[in-house]
Design a binder for this molecule. Structure first.
Ligand code: SF4
Length: 532
């Protein structure tokens, strides 16, 4: 008989299965170093493997299925193999086709009522709002179900039962995980009534205000953790606390343990390990950003000098060369530390978010970063209008952004630039300034993310914009962001500008068209750098 496990960490579907989940790996590392018997299980990857099983899909194919679905199902094994091999990055056309096949094959799953939709990046369930507690409770109580239910009952639950955990912690970081996570939690509660169930993660922390309101405890969980879970889980594992709501720790861990989260099983041309040098954001001033208006983490950075060692140790331990820094913004001292160890880091490839810092206009520093393995940097430009940037509290200038893009381009570091439209009070002239900036810098921009701004309820920018009749239930249905007629109009105008004006620009369309479908930034750094 196997020894009972103390803690089982679970990641529920549905998010992109592009790499092991860092949250689970960090918690696992922390618990194991403290002597707590623990294990991590990525039920998100498990669910995609289950749904994309060739035999299961072939059995589901109907004579009435569309030609594209039948073709996708026929190509499923080949597409999965391609997307988990370096060959995927050698031909963008073959890569695109394989992604499309997997995504089309997933469309075979529609759920019991035919109104569910799962893709390689998200999951929707007809008219159900994941931001309504009553709905979540219905899924937990088995009054409603998701298309993941067969995977949960046939594969996941037996695997969990075999682990004999005393405590199970679900990590919920994205809205598309909410319905499946609550359904799974209900199943776990009924199957293992004596086991403590804990939920935590960025999604629940951002939603804290609403979750703390109900007088009923949020069944089926025994505990909810807001913020970083290291200390709370450790104390729960040691049975030192029994409160329903637990505060996250101030003592943070930066050393992940990927045991059980096999890096080369994920859909990625090469195995990529996520890693972070900081939690929270060191800037924290952008008025539209959840990290600023409702931070899920207090800001902490690990000692910059330790970051190159972290990469080198992980590379050795897991035999990987590719890393994704998941920091909201890599701090400049960390970038300098990486640059200073470029000889040891040569041969690695990594990418992550940075701010448009003046330091990145220094040609020597960016050259050294390139030599240290920096392949791609993600940068939030948001707007090409200085007026808008100042209003948003971005703390950057259009001039610096231009100089940074040029320096990175010279150094051979690909850029992934994020812009937003639909910013409150944004004028036609502001939007046009963004378009002009992108066209002028098209040569230096590798990839582009075009978004329409979601305005968090707590943002200063939302003051005076909340619909007068928005009651608690409507607010909960809308989730973390403002809804209502004025919002819809703002978003509609932004959509029109993107479709009719921005994408009418051949230079901008070229950049948008080379973005890897669905996996976007997760896979962008595998493809050839834009012409330079
Ligand atoms: S720098 Fe990025 S993470 Fe930080 S507050 Fe601004 S948008 Fe948010």
């Amino acid at each position: 008989m196997t020894d009972p496990l103390s803690v089982l960490l679970l990641q529920p579907p549905a998010i992109k299965p592009a790499g092991p989940p860092l949250g689970l790996a960090v918690l696992l590392g922390h618990l194991r170093r403290q002597g707590v018997e623990s294990q991590a299980l990525d039920a998100n990857l498990g669910a995609y493997r289950y749904l994309l099983n060739p035999e299961r899909l072939a059995a589901m194919a109907q004579p009435a299925s569309t030609t594209s679905l039948r073709r996708a199902i026929k190509n499923i094994a080949r597409s999965w193999t391609l997307l988990t091999s370096p060959a995927a990055s050698r031909s963008f056309a073959r890569y695109q086709t394989a992604v499309q096949h997997l995504n089309t094959a997933l469309s075979a799953y529609r759920g019991i009522d035919g109104d569910e939709r799962v893709t390689l990046g998200d999951y929707r369930h007809g008219g159900r709002s994941e931001f309504t507690l009553k709905t979540l409770k219905q899924f937990a109580d088995a009054e409603d179900s998701t298309l993941f239910a067969p995977y949960f009952t046939q594969e996941l639950l037996p695997a969990v039962v075999a682990c004999q955990p005393k405590l199970i912690a679900l990590s919920i970081n994205y809205r598309h995980q909410l319905l499946p996570a609550f359904e799974l939690a209900g199943m776990l509660r009924r199957t293992l009534p004596g086991v403590k169930l804990v939920a935590g993660g960025g999604m629940l922390t951002s939603w804290r205000e609403d979750l703390e309101k109900p007088s009923d405890p949020l069944l089926p969980f025994d505990h909810l953790v807001f913020g970083p879970g290291e200390e709370a889980l450790l104390r729960l594992a040691k049975e030192e606390v029994d409160d329903f709501f637990l505060e996250g720790s101030t003592c943070l861990s930066f050393e992940p343990d990927f045991s059980g989260l096999v890096p080369d099983e994920y859909l990625s041309p090469e195995p990529v390990l996520p890693v972070t040098a900081s939690r929270g954001c060191y800037w924290k001033e952008c008025l539209f950003c959840p990290e600023a208006v409702a931070p899920t983490h207090i800001y902490r950075s690990c000692a910059p000098a330790e970051v190159p060692d972290l990469l080198l140790n992980l590379a050795r331990q897991w035999q990987v060369r590719y890393f994704h820094f998941t920091d909201n913004a890599l701090p400049v001292p960390v970038l300098r530390a990486l640059a200073s160890r470029r000889d040891e880091l040569a041969g690695m490839s990594w990418y992550g978010f940075v701010r448009f810092e003046k330091a990145l206009t220094d040609f020597q520093l960016v050259d050294q970063l390139s030599a240290a393995g920096c392949r791609m940097l993600q940068l939030g430009l948001e707007s090409g209008s200085q007026t808008v940037l100042d209003k948003l509290g971005k703390g950057t200038s259009v001039k610096t952004a231009s100089a940074v893009l040029n320096a990175l381009h010279q150094a051979g570091i690909t850029t992934y630039v994020y812009v937003m439209f639909g910013i409150p009070d944004e004028t036609e002239a502001d939007r046009r300034a963004t378009l002009d900036f992108l066209e002028e810098h098209a040569e230096t921009i590798g990839y582009l993310n075009l978004a329409i701004m979601n305005l968090p309820h707590q943002s200063e920018l939302a003051a005076g914009r909340r619909p007068a009749d928005e009651n608690g239930e409507q607010k909960a249905t809308g989730g973390l962001y403002l809804t209502g007629a004025a919002e819809q109009q703002r978003r509609g105008e932004a959509r029109r500008f993107i479709q009719q004006e921005l994408l009418a620009s051949p230079a901008i369309r070229t950049i948008v068209n080379r973005t890897p479908p669905l996996f976007t930034s997760d896979h962008a750094f595998f493809f050839d750098k834009p012409d330079r």
